[in-house]
Design a protein around this ligand. Structure first.
Ligand code: KG4
Ligand code: ZN
Length: 358
């Protein structure tokens, strides 16, 4: 059996996965997908410290790879190719994964396939046996894809399926902050741990969505996004309510909104972000001949976004939560199809590959 090892170390998740062919030629089978999250390491700093991230990747990648191989029930000698995130991401963190992948490729004499992180997120749609994603032959094209992560908020029109390379047209992106960044920055203002999206998501369930009128920017026919004003609006509101959540850059835990007030703030922040996303998705759907909608990336795990999209009168595809946030399986899926298409650098080209940060 052909098996591919993939590595993802672009940010604060150290992940390795073993990928194999699936029954459908447009999907891959995940034999293992191990994710070591560094969240605890970074949370005391209120965000990711790049140097801490790279050092931890260096410590963790070998044990994570060993676990991925043993869960998949294979050994190094059984591998036929290795895929890795080349960028964008944190330079030092990427270099750990890329250097490790080069070493595996060279020592095992197998091809090395570099993957763009965003192309990886898009391939999370082509992982076998997910609850929320149909077989690719049942997917309707063209598909409007919204990639929403900590670093990107992009709308694409997708007109082909693997094993072909993805034919994509970028329709719009954020002018400033990404949706995930907005979740994280607002969460920080509210004194919640990093990364804040998941905390806002769960606290918002107990709050009133209309308690605070936070901005929904670029309200016209513009398909672009803009989220940078939201954090200022939240900061201003929190001050107006009489809280001083941060003193000299540190969280002042006695001075944070609590209970109902916090739930209402979370619900209102989430609603502002998610309503903006859904409005632009519907606008783009109406403007193109999209026959289906998909969401990928960390924010696509958001429960309110999923709920709102379930009312849209088109098939909506969303990966299982584990494949929304950063993981090596999606990188492996993308690398696998490149490998099948023979889009493989020569050994010399592979040795010269460099990481890129943006
Ligand atoms: O795709 P991802 O893991 O990393 C990037 O490529 O950026 O996305 C991380 C982002 C973070 O901003 C995080 O707060 C957000 O995804 N996120 C969520 C949820 N789970 C993760 N945002 C809203 N609701 C969630 N349930
Ligand atoms: Zn990502």
């Amino acid at each position: 059996m052909k098996t591919l090892l993939s590595l993802e170390t672009s940010c604060d998740e150290c992940s390795a996965s073993v990928i194999a062919p699936a029954d459908s030629p447009s999907q891959v089978r995940v034999l293992s997908n191990v994710i070591f999250s560094q969240i605890e390491l970074h949370s005391k700093f209120g965000g990711i410290v790049p140097e801490v991230a790279s050092r931890n990747h260096l410590e963790m990648f070998a044990p994570v790879v060993d676990e991925a191989l043993s869960t998949a029930g294979i050994r190094f000698k059984d591998l036929s190719a290795v895929g890795v995130t080349q960028g964008p991401g944190l330079m030092g963190a990427l270099l750990v994964g890329l250097s490790a992948a080069k070493a595996y490729s060279y020592s095992l004499n197998i091809p090395l396939i570099p993957v763009h992180h965003l192309e990886g997120h898009l391939h999370s749609l082509f992982i076998e046996s997910q609850k929320n994603v149909p077989l690719p032959q049942d997917m309707k094209l063209p598909m409007l894809v919204c990639l929403v992560s900590g670093g990107h908020t992009n709308l694409y029109l997708l007109e082909s399926l693997p094993p072909e390379s993805l034919r994509l047209t970028e329709l719009s992106k954020s002018r400033d902050d990404a949706a995930g960044e907005a979740f994280d920055k607002c969460a920080k203002i509210l004194g919640l741990p990093y990364p804040g999206g998941i905390h806002i998501d769960s606290l918002a369930r107990k709050g009133r969505k209309d308690a605070f009128a936070f901005p929904r920017p670029l309200p016209g026919q513009n398909l672009e996004f803009s989220f940078s004003g939201l954090k200022t609006a939240v900061q201003t509101e929190v001050k107006k309510l009489g809280f001083t959540p941060h003193v000299f850059g540190k969280i002042n835990s006695d001075q944070l909104p609590k209970e109902e007030m916090l739930f209402d703030l979370c619900a209102s922040v989430q609603e502002a972000i998610v309503q903006t996303l859904v409005r632009k998705i519907i606008l783009a759907k109406d403007r193109t001949d999209a026959q289906s909608i998909a969401i990928v990336g960390g924010v696509s795990a958001n429960s309110r976004l999923r709920e709102l999209l379930s009312h849209v009168k088109l098939p909506v595809y969303m990966p299982d939560a584990v494949y929304c946030t950063d993981n090596a399986a999606m990188i492996g899926a993308c690398a696998y199809f490149k490998w099948i298409r023979n889009e493989v650098p020569s050994a010399v080209e592979a040795s010269r590959l460099n990481a890129f940060s943006s």
